[in-house]
Design a protein around this ligand. Structure first.
Ligand code: S5P
Length: 461
């Protein structure tokens, strides 16, 4: 079978379709490619494996993998044809047994060639490579059957990987067009659509006016020369305001957990607002909403605290899905959120796929999402995490102290410098400041150390 015949065959079995398709992200696409069913056509499967063998024959690698599920049967056939060992990574986390992430035999530093069916943006390829690298495997080359991306090759190159493909989208469209399977109009529509996906994330096109809170925070950072958020987790109002008096000049945001206060009363909010005005900071209730839209709507607006009246932004867990944002913000103006895309606590259950879904939802809801709460084990880890953010969304980082360390209940700390170098726009500090003898003085140190690093980073950009 030639490549041309293979493409025509793909269309015949319904693996390529033209029309209107809603993608996972909610975007409507004029075409759709899905190679999953190819395994039921032995001749096609055999052919695709032969194409791959020809493409990779001269490459150097020790083991082969296919990204589950679609590419795994393809990769096993390729591995068998090439007499190379096959390994694969579990798609789901295993909660019992050995907990082994990679199935198959490999040695530390083995070079693994990764096969996949498609590439759309490159994001998930980079995640796979990073996950394999964590297990001691070296990844350099990806081979896909169809490159349907606008800039996947570039994306991977920037992350340090090579992309090879059996065929590109252009080649596929040309073949189908030449064979009268699609019209010129359909072909152009697909090309336009693929290009338009790129434009969406162009950083020079970020419009901050869509989210006034993001704009306000960025202005405050510049004006106060501060990236510091105080997390004032104390139980008495007296102590709360005593500390705030000292730390107020150093911060751009005050993060509260209002339900910690033992003596909360109707005087608290007006006083807090006075302080916010006097010291010019944003009030940020770290409520971590996580329920269905209807429930969070009430939790946010009603009850004793009526959070939406006074807190300019709140934290949100995206576990209940996108509806939570509707519940929280529909009908309200000038309010925004930070989504927990990673946590600082040891053993937390957030994984890469979950973080990515948070990014996707935020990308579609910039009006009410200003950015993410996130953490990382070191500068490199945070950099990779931040590189996946939709442009213009900010990273606030808790779990920060002057020195690395941890507490007795699983909190993990990295240093101010690591956080900012990695890409944090603000650091969130609690006990590192309010637990000290002179919170004002210590806050100043945090602010200065963060600002110094931030200026260095921004100059380099
Ligand atoms: O992953 C997280 C997310 C948040 S918002 N880890 C965190 O520690 N936080 C919050 O940041 C936490 O609820 C607390 O209010 C603050 C960190 O406090 P510290 O005393 O450990 O600095």
């Amino acid at each position: 079978m030639t490549k041309k015949q293979f493409i025509l065959e793909l269309e015949k079995i319904g693996a390529i379709k033209f029309g209107k398709f809603t993608l996972k992200s909610g975007i409507i696409s004029p075409f759709y490619i899905d190679l999953r069913d190819m395994i039921s056509y032995p001749e096609m499967l055999d052919n695709v494996a032969d194409f791959l063998v020809r493409r990779i024959k001269k490459m150097e690698f020790d083991v082969i993998t296919g990204i589950p599920y679609t590419a795994l049967p393809i990769a096993s056939l390729v591995a068998s044809k090439m007499k190379k060992p096959l390994i694969y990574m579990r798609k789901e986390e295993k909660a019992y047994g050995t907990g082994k992430k990679i199935i198959g035999k490999f040695k530390e530093k083995d070079k693994c060639l990764v096969i996949d069916d498609l590439i759309t943006t490159g994001e998930s390829k980079i995640e796979t490579a990073e996950a394999m690298e964590k297990e001691g495997i070296v990844v350099q080359d990806f081979v896909v059957v169809i490159d349907r991306s606008a800039n996947g090759k570039e994306q991977l190159k920037n992350a340090g990987y090579n992309l090879h493909s059996i065929m590109t989208l252009d080649k596929m469209l040309d073949t189908l067009y030449d064979n009268y399977s699609i019209t010129r109009c359909q072909k152009d529509e697909v090309i336009e659509f693929t290009k338009s996906l790129l434009k969406k994330d162009d950083p020079s096109k970020i419009d901050y006016s869509i989210n006034p809170l993001t704009k306000k925070l960025l202005n405050l950072i510049k004006k106060k020369k501060s990236n510091l958020i105080l997390s004032l987790d104390v139980e008495k109002q007296d102590e709360f305001f005593k500390i705030l008096d000292k730390v107020g000049p150093e911060i751009v945001m005050l993060k509260t957990h209002v339900d910690i206060l033992e003596d909360y009363d109707e005087k608290f909010v007006p006083r807090l607002k006075e302080y916010a005005k006097k010291f010019d900071f944003i009030i940020f209730e770290d409520r971590k909403f996580a329920d269905i839209g209807n429930t969070v709507r009430m939790q946010y607006r009603s009850g004793i605290y009526k959070i939406s009246d006074w807190s300019e932004c709140v934290t949100v867990h995206m576990v209940a899905g996108e509806g939570i944002l509707k519940g929280l913000f529909d009908g309200l103006e000038g309010r925004s959120s930070f989504v927990l895309a990673r946590m600082s606590s040891k053993g937390n259950l957030i994984n890469e796929a979950y973080s990515r879904k948070c990014f996707d939802i935020a990308r579609k809801n910039r009006k009410v999402v200003s950015g993410f709460i996130g953490h990382g084990k070191d500068v490199e880890d945070i950099r990779k995490f931040k590189a996946k953010f939709p442009p213009g969304l900010l990273l606030l980082m808790p779990g920060v102290k002057l020195e690395k360390g941890s507490d007795a209940m699983g909190q993990q700390y990295i240093t101010v410098e690591e956080a900012i170098q990695g890409g944090a726009d603000c650091i969130i500090v609690g006990r590192g400041i309010y637990g000290q003898k002179d919170p004002g003085e210590v806050a100043k140190i945090y602010r200065e150390r963060a600002w110094k690093e931030y200026e260095k980073r921004e100059r380099k950009r």
